[in-house]
Design a binder for this molecule. Structure first.
Ligand code: ATP
Ligand code: MG
Length: 555
């Protein structure tokens, strides 16, 4: 976060606290993912915020796996989460697991029981929900609410020992069944789950609820600023209640608005559904808004951090245009990416006045935006390929590319003039025949011919074949999380287009996994993880926006 920006509300709070001397030690934040899926862009916002604040105010950030739901949590997710945070460019101070605190949390529950502030309830969770009442109407007290601490302790111990089946009993905090805040109406704090945990295995069959685990874990780690999304605002009184009753380190909860993006789903549960229903190839499908998906797609960590900086942090809910995300990577790649030529839908041209066996080497600038990027060699010979759409036999108005009536420049090469074409039985054009102007070579052009169009091409003699994957938004509707339709119904059927026979310039044979390239006039691309030396596979990271006009006029 740069200092030139106005402070966000959390920075303001912290600076105030430092000034007031209510914060005299370095701040401690945490990022607390539940390991039940892969991280998405919403988590990136939270990561940038938590780590960013600690960096700015010289504090520390812990990584804490909030692993209290054994059914859905897995070590695979733990590892993926760690990889994603590090890829984003952050390193946590300590790595913690809520499950490491299970014994301490159990002792805290006993303390509450001893104080008469928790009781074992035999009602089913459905009945408990029914008896909660409504915000305007008080709830009904459970008939088990006034068990003695001794009885509660015995029953809770038996719950822990596995005497009861799932759901047969729960432990509830004894707070206030008339509170206008529903979370304060004797919330369940422990439930029975005979389910092995990915870390504690079969050690426990009772597990604490989020509300009973999160604040206390913060307190155990001396988290000064526990930052979460706005939906937890209503949990804050309960968060504070446990800390107070248990006399723990006074961690404070602060809430901010979650990230919502247009045409994007941001919920691990729903992203998991896409994976399970095979609507995508996996968590790292390049169309997924997961960190691993956008990484595979070719986004850089810097572009994601930049995006998080641009969207800012506030307490007002909103939805961010996905174009903002795209503009962050586009801006970076425009400055850095090497320009190369790839023809996605090739049509052959024979240059009739070019010598048969001749081949020449042309120099092409790697990146006109970067004077230090140097140049590379291209071969040029009698047979080349251009993009099928760059030729029109009957050109429409303002068609400045190749046609019987318009000349065109081949990027970094020569000006071409159309001669004739060859068609198949169905009338489809199979091949073009052109002539070139030998004195029109880019940089040394003495032909005096003015052309309006510049197109990309590849040399047939040296071009390589590649697979190219073009991505579009995964959903058809602007706000998929609000849609009443099923996920399958709102999926964009054209979100992935695979081009198997693209032709690319030979310099791309040595493309490395970390390279990001501009295929001129087609967008920015990188190698997909499935790419091999024999079969190169490229992902389109993002399209070029508004650069088409610019490209076309530059030689
Ligand atoms: P999901 O609903 O996708 O599972 P979650 O909030 O349950 O998300 P957690 O693993 O519990 O996921 O979240 C870890 C942290 O990331 C929490 O502090 C949470 O508030 C934050 N977070 C999750 N989603 C977003 C989002 N869309 N924008 C900002 N922060 C988010
Ligand atoms: Mg969650």
């Amino acid at each position: 976060m740069s200092d030139t920006h106005a402070l966000n509300f959390l920075e303001e709070t912290i600076e105030q606290q430092i000034k007031n001397e209510t914060q005299t030690t370095p701040i401690v934040t945490r990022f607390p993912p539940e390991p039940n899926g892969y991280l998405h862009l919403g988590h990136a916002k939270s990561i940038c915020l938590n780590f960013g604040l600690a960096q700015k105010y010289k504090g520390i950030t812990n990584l804490r796996f909030d692993d209290t739901n054994p059914e859905t949590e897995e070590t695979e997710y733990v590892n993926a989460i760690k990889e994603d945070i590090q890829w984003l460019g952050f390193q946590w101070h300590n790595e913690h697991y809520t499950s490491n605190y299970f014994s301490q949390l159990y002792q805290m529950a006993i303390q509450l029981i001893d104080k008469g502030l928790a009781y074992v309830d035999d009602l089913t969770s459905e009945d408990i929900a029914k008896q909660k009442g409504e915000p305007s109407k008080p709830g009904t007290e459970s008939p088990y609410r006034n068990r003695t601490p001794e009885e509660n302790k015995r029953l809770f111990e038996e719950m822990k020992q596995g005497k009861y089946t799932n759901g047969q009993k729960v432990l509830r905090a004894k707070i206030d069944m008339t509170s206008p805040n529903m979370h304060m109406r004797d919330p369940i704090i422990y439930r029975i789950k005979h389910v092995p945990h990915h870390r504690t295995k079969n050690e426990w069959c009772i597990y604490p609820m989020y509300d009973f685990a999160h604040g206390q874990s913060d307190a155990i780690e001396h988290i000064s600023h526990s930052i979460c999304t706005l939906e937890f605002e209503v949990h804050r009184p309960l968060y504070n209640w446990f800390i107070k009753q248990l006399n723990l380190y006074p961690s404070q909860q602060y809430e901010f608005a979650r990230l919502n993006l247009t045409y994007t789903l941001m919920s691990k549960r729903k992203l998991l559904q896409l994976v399970q229903e095979q609507s995508v190839s996996g968590w790292d499908d390049p169309r997924m808004p997961t960190i691993s998906g956008i990484r595979r797609r070719g986004y850089t960590p810097n572009s994601i951090r930049k995006f998080c900086e641009k969207i800012g942090v506030a307490r007002r809910e909103n939805i961010i245009d996905v174009n903002l995300l795209e503009s962050c990577i586009r801006e970076e790649l425009n400055a850095n990416a090497k320009r190369v030529m790839a023809v996605l839908d090739p049509i052959e041209i024979e240059i009739t006045n070019y010598e048969n066996a001749k081949s020449e080497i042309l120099l092409a600038d790697n990146n006109p935006e970067d004077p230090n990027s140097g140049s590379r060699e291209l071969t040029f010979s009698k047979h080349i390929f251009i993009e099928r759409e760059d030729f029109m036999e009957e050109p429409i108005r303002k068609f400045f590319r190749l046609s019987p009536t318009t000349l065109v420049r081949l990027k970094s090469a020569y000006i071409l003039q159309y001669e004739r074409c060859e068609k198949d039985e169905k009338g489809n054009i199979k091949k073009l025949y052109c002539t070139y102007f030998p004195n029109s070579k880019s940089g040394q052009d003495t032909s005096g011919i003015a052309v309006k169009g510049v197109i990309h091409w590849v040399d047939k003699a040296t071009a390589l074949c590649a697979e190219v994957r073009l991505y579009d938004r995964l959903f058809l509707v602007e706000n998929p999380s609000d849609s009443e339709k099923t996920l399958a119904e709102i999926l964009n059927p054209n979100s992935l287009q695979i081009i198997r026979n693209a032709l690319i310039e030979s310099s791309l044979a040595t493309t490395k996994p970390e390279d990001r390239l501009q295929f001129m006039r087609k967008g920015y691309f990188c190698l997909d993880k499935s790419s091999t030396e024999k079969q190169l596979v490229f992902n389109r990271i993002v399209t070029l926006k508004d650069t088409w006009q610019k490209e076309i006029f530059s030689h």
